[in-house]
Design a binder for this molecule. Sequence first.
Ligand SMILES: [Zn+2]
Length: 119
Amino acid sequence: MTKLVTIATFDFPPEAEAMRLLLEAEGFEVFITDDHLVGTNWFLANAVGGAKIQVIDSKADLARKFVEQTRNNTREAALDKPDVTFDCEECGESLTFPSTRRGYVETCRHCQKFVDVPE
Ligand SMILES: [Zn+2]
């Protein structure tokens, strides 16, 4: 007999939905409860504990670890790698690119010239 265990709770259904997709990509079977209630009654989110992600009990420990790691990674990635902002050498306009573009050549959105994104 398998039963469902809540492994994570989210205040907003879209966050729960994003995590569900990540978990499913890892092969977990995922259920979300209360999301419709929360979605139509935002102020009730706290009352019902938000949207809950559930998995079958035998997978709960693994899924919990995965959620924890994903949350930590997301937090670290956001802290470690701020966006890169610099001035275009051609037109002097300020440009911002995500940190993943460091060291790449991009196109200035103001003058369309190629620019080197600083490391
Ligand atoms: Zn430019």
